[in-house]
Design a protein around this ligand. Structure first.
Ligand code: NAD
Length: 250
């Protein structure tokens, strides 16, 4: 498939895990990819082979940095066709009585406000073009309790809501906004969970919470993001697609 030939795609959180797999998938289907991450060293290591792709370090919780980045992409490429809003951070599962304001601000700043500000600045470019597709990485934690801690779950529920509201803002300009809700995926974010389970000889338990009885791989989320970003999803907007092996089916 070459669904993204000639298209310019921004992928945030592209140094690792789902973002890295998404950048690779979009490039394999013909896109020129702008890889974005706060970790500049890892970003260089994640750089794609092939012509045209660029890496731009950026902290997605910094709106001024996003504004500059979007202007730079527009300057270099003239347009933006796809935005995969994927950068995210996790936090511990502390009960609400133990959560400090700084924890809220750190996680919401990246997972929710960062997504909103990227939609704001890239959405303006896409609205001018009267075309574009945005895919946000939410989580099953945003759909049900038990899959994440208080702050993380609230941030991802916020991403799902933002997906719906911004789909309404941008739909009249031909811009689609959707989300994926991954289940448990082996990435840098979940390394501690996997290391612990393997150390305890309980790796098979990691998949037991979903109907397919296995955990997922970053490439399986990247495939769903590529679908929603492509013209194959031309009549889909404002939706949050669980990609979770059936975790939310039961
Ligand atoms: P990961 O840790 O492998 O990748 C996250 C990337 O985001 C890293 O490269 C990190 O440097 C980057 N990042 C963090 N803060 C940033 C910031 N302020 N600015 C720019 N980049 C920043 O984790 P992952 O699992 O690939 O996570 C990708 C997305 O998937 C996240 O939004 C995460 O919440 C979501 N998710 C993951 C799982 C899972 O099981 N791994 C499940 C559901 C949702």
């Amino acid at each position: 498939m070459n669904r993204f030939t000639g298209k310019i795609a921004i992928v945030t959180g592209a140094s690792s895990g789902i973002g890295k797999a998404t950048a690779a998938r979009l490039a394999a289907e013909g896109a020129t990819v702008v890889l974005v991450d706060i970790n500049a060293d890892a970003l260089q290591g994640a750089m794609l082979a092939g012509d045209g792709h660029i890496a731009l370090p950026c902290d997605v919780s910094d709106e001024a940095a996003i504004k500059d980045l979007v202007a730079e992409v527009k300057r270099q490429f003239g347009r933006i066709d796809v935005l995969a809003n994927n950068a995210g951070v996790i936090c511990n599962h502390a009960p609400i009585m133990e959560i400090e304001s700084d924890d809220w601000l750190r996680v919401l700043g990246v997972n929710l406000i960062g997504v909103g500000n990227f939609i704001k600045h890239v959405g303006a470019v896409m609205a001018e073009q009267n075309a574009g597709a945005i895919v946000n990485t939410a989580s099953v934690a945003g759909l049900r309790s038990g899959a994440g801690g208080n702050i993380y779950s609230a941030s991802k529920a916020g991403v799902i809501s933002l997906t719906q509201t911004t789909a309404c803002d941008l739909g009249g300009y031909g811009v689609r906004v959707n989300a994926v809700c991954p289940g448990l995926i082996e990435t840098g974010m979940t390394k501690g969970v996997f290391d612990y389970a393997r150390g305890a000889g309980k790796e098979e338990k990691l998949g037991q919470r979903c109907e397919l009885r296995r955990y997922g791989h970053p490439e399986e989320i990247a495939a769903a993001i590529a679908f929603l970003a492509s013209d194959d999803a031309s009549y889909i907007t404002g939706q949050a697609l669980p990609v979770d092996g059936g975790n939310t089916a039961s």
